[in-house]
Design a protein around this ligand. Sequence first.
Ligand code: ADP
Ligand code: MG
Length: 608
Amino acid sequence: MSTFQDLGLNDDLLQAITDLGFEKPSEVQEKAIPILLESETDLVALAQTGTGKTAAFGFPMLEKIDVSSRTTQGLILSPTRELCLQITNEMKLYGKYCKGLNVVAVYGGSSITDQAREIKRGAQIIVATPGRMKDMINRRLVDISKIQYSVLDEADEMLNMGFKEDITDILSHTPDDKNTWLFSATMPREVATIAKKFMHNPQEITVGNKNESTSNVSHEYYLVNARDRYQALKRLSDANPDIFSVIFCRTKRDTQKVAENLIEDGYSAGALHGDLSQNQRDLVMKSFRNQQIQMLVATDVAARGIDVDDITHVINYQLPDEIETYTHRSGRTGRAGKTGVSMVIVSKSEVRKIKSIERIINQKFEKKEIPDGADICEVQLMSLANKIHNTEINHEIDKHLSNINELFADTDKDELIKKFFSVEFTRFYNYYQKSKNLNVSESSSDREGGRDFRGGKNDSTRYFINVGGKDGFDWMSLKDFLKEQLGLGRDDVFKVETKDSFSFFNTENELKEKVLAHFTDFKHEGRFVNVEVSENRGGGGRRGDRRGGSGKRDGGKRRDDRRGGGRRDDRKGASGNRSERRKSDGGSKPRRSDSSDFGSSRPRRSRR
Ligand code: ADP
Ligand code: MG
């Protein structure tokens, strides 16, 4: 593993890298930077989203251009305004010690004359969207005849968006002997054609397999009736209290509707699609970046610019029309070395698409069950308990303590705890207590008996364990850890599900004593690791006995479910804090700290 020094970057850039806190080059940087520094060559680089491509072309370009000249020497084309601004921003950060450097962003929706004026002042590097760039050239507001380095960033996206002609046109105004560096997450035929047409003997580098999505992402699908999609979405969110997600819908209409429903049901959600004004979109994106919005519902086109790290889940509310688009969706999570989950809600008629996607991404999906009400209640309760446990005490309370103590003089600790938790918990409990099972069974021949098909009988035990994502575990590493600790085989630990500060897993009933005995007074890396039998069975285990509700109950519930009625009424009842609602509309109300996070009347909360 090399360092940035080893790659041959100059001191100005190394200083900026130190400031940015980049410790070592990512794989695509390690491969691309030396090639681009050492030779005047064309390059095709394939790497997934979030792998650090901007710096892979950005550093070499900054090193190679002459900042003492005011001539435009570098042109970076990128598919969206959002990306264009992001790259410009990154380039400025990378080049902050390059004296005289001027990087200008050129994109639609903002004054073309202002942009032209900035370029006139001497922009060595222009970062542009193809449409606006072509416009500028046609109006002779820019001179790119001395370009030495051109970058096609997210080439596959640009072609997807129909920019082929614009790109061809723009490049025809640049010198033949320039170098072209093409960066792309996938290599569809159109990209290969472009490479052939515009490039001379390009060197090629590939990070990971061609067209493979980020390996930090695990893929899951959930089979439900089409009419239960929205219910399923809510449950997936409720089962992941710290979710920070992008939800993909197929049409603008669905996008708007799902977002509206979520907001109405008390979630912090926002919509992002092409029918919104640029200003509205900017606002939504700002709230999302600040994590004031936990669930961003978006169309594929609108989401193209989304480049937010820390997204924990991508939820495919519907699968995309073009299967290839799935790669782009799932690439929104698992960025910058983190792990992420891409979930797909499918109806029976779409299940075969999962197989096609598996082939394209070269990764397997895990079929999972939509958590039932009891699962969700337990997760919410434990998450709340952890939050309370980790909450810093606000000593403003001290002066009221004697009054409060008086009120609870006759309440013992257990009772107090129960009451305290009931404030939050009862809402979820009431909402979910009569909820139906949303899972649909797949015909048995569809998938070879994976570990999640242990039948509907209670032959397994579900455990709670007090370690999770915060302790560096994802479901795979926790499973490995448990297998190793318990000396068990590959399939003995299953349904491993990690939350932020705790997790769940299953074993066969026979192993229960062994598991519990092993984790009695057990310490891992200096802290007590506690395993308890969980009240519920983790999705599938309970199906049989949950189903049998009467038709009447189902029908009545559905309406409730759709409108989120039960929950909303309850919310009002709990504390009637109306300002709570405002937060979910994407406004810029400051995020609350963790300590004020529980006991609110709202089911959804902002993440830490
Ligand atoms: P891509 O263009 O491949 O999708 P980006 O260039 O946008 O990825 O980088 C993703 C994130 O990773 C950005 O926040 C970026 O600042 C960060 N990053 C890039 N290179 C490094 C590095 N070597 N070390 C740590 N973080 C990095
Ligand atoms: Mg990028």
